[in-house]
Write a protein that binds this ligand. Structure first.
Ligand code: PLP
Length: 366
């Protein structure tokens, strides 16, 4: 199978990730729950994970809250920063993991910047919306549907200049693009552990500038007497038993990214993307591509998108079709009625795989 669905999860992992997760199941008890060897071993993995994340994302280990997914982190961040009725600016490319928590909370959202691959439009619309009474902003770094890399450094600066707090959704950028809590000045940055950070599913990270409000209340291993959750991070936001095998795997994924460097991973994905865009274009398909694009591309197959994805699966190519949990992004691009077929590359994708994809497209009648 040729796996081209890294936007959903990095189904392939470096071998050390599988090994660490399996070893942790055999050797780790619960961290912070005892001074015996198996509990201490778990504690060490948790600390190594926070430390590696701190090095990659320019923050302190204590500012790294371990979550179960990017959605989990975004829910904590949104519940902490945003109150019902607040006016919140979002980009035109947000995932439901941003749109739905804001809707559930009763926030008033203003969508700013709907043109793909157009930094000028994105920035102009974003700044204008901030100046019209915005109280907070939430935006994605990279569109999960189209691979559009938003100008987040400039968007962050626009928020800082106006004193407007913001949350960054780094679901599609963590591990492939520079992300710095310190430089961006975000209140929170949420990310999955299981995509570009190459950890197991069921892992995520939430980087926190200051404190936050718990989404879950319960035991944290220490300071058991008070009825309230501890005030200190990361424990304040980490009630319940931790996913230690997942955290051990994630630590090795972070380690891989730190050793290889996100720039090198991005370069490899981008080489695949460029060849892919050119090949799809030559076939006369409508391809969504432009400057500021990461290793993800959407196209219209000239038939029902789900049908096209099913035919490609029969040819051994794994892709995702439909709305990709991001109807807002599809509305922005004018594809809300049809959806698209999405190809997303990852750390081990190779340009040679594109000739297989090309043959599969021909056999599938696309
Ligand atoms: N935000 C974006 C842009 C995403 O692409 C995704 C997942 O596809 C999420 C949030 C949610 O991530 P998770 O599945 O880890 O909750």
């Amino acid at each position: 199978m040729i796996y081209l669905d890294y936007g959903a999860t990095s189904f392939h992992k470096p071998p050390q990730v599988y090994r660490a997760a399996a070893r942790a199941m055999a050797s780790c008890a619960s961290p912070g729950r005892g001074g015996y060897a198996a509990a201490m071993e778990a504690q060490r993995w948790v600390y190594r994970c926070r430390e590696a994340a701190g090095r990659l994302f320019d923050c302190q280990p204590e500012q790294t809250v371990i979550t179960t997914s990017c959605t989990h982190g975004l829910n904590i961040a949104i519940r902490s920063l945003i109150k019902p009725g607040m006016k919140v600016v979002i980009s035109g490319f947000e995932h439901n993991a941003v749109v739905r928590p804001l809707h559930a909370l009763g926030a008033e959202t203003v969508v700013a910047g709907r043109r793909l691959f157009d930094w000028e439009d994105t920035l102009e619309a974003f700044r204008k919306a901030l100046d019209q009474g915005a109280e907070a902003a939430v935006f994605t770094h990279v569109s999960n549907v189209f691979g559009y890399i938003l100008p987040v450094e400039e968007m962050a600066a626009a928020c800082r200049q106006r004193g407007i707090p913001f949350i960054l959704d780094a679901a599609q950028s963590a591990g492939v693009l520079p992300v710095s809590l310190e430089k961006l000045g975000a209140e929170f940055i949420a990310m999955p552990g299981h995509k570009g950070l190459l950890g197991p599913q069921g892992t995520g990270l939430l980087l926190c500038r200051g404190s936050g409000e718990p989404l879950l209340y319960g035991g944290t291993g220490g300071a058991s007497r008070p009825r309230e959750m501890p005030r200190e991070l990361p424990e304040r936001l980490e009630a319940g038993t931790m996913n230690v095998p997942g955290i051990a795997g994630l630590t090795m994924g972070l380690d891989y990214v730190l050793r290889r460097g996100p720039e090198d991973i991005f370069r490899q994905e981008h080489r695949c993307l460029e060849r892919c865009v050119s090949m799809l274009g030559k076939r006369g398909l409508r391809v969504f591509s432009g400057p500021h694009q990461a290793g993800t591309v959407s196209f219209l197959p000239g038939m029902d998108c789900e049908d096209a994805a099913r035919r490609l699966a029969e040819q051994g190519i794994a892709v995702r079709a439909g709305l990709h949990c991001a109807p807002l992004a599809h509305e922005s691009a004018g594809t809300a009625e049809t959806g698209t077929v999405r190809l997303s590359f990852g750390f081990d994708s190779r340009p040679e795989q594109l000739s297989h994809l090309e043959r599969a497209l021909s056999r599938a009648g696309i």
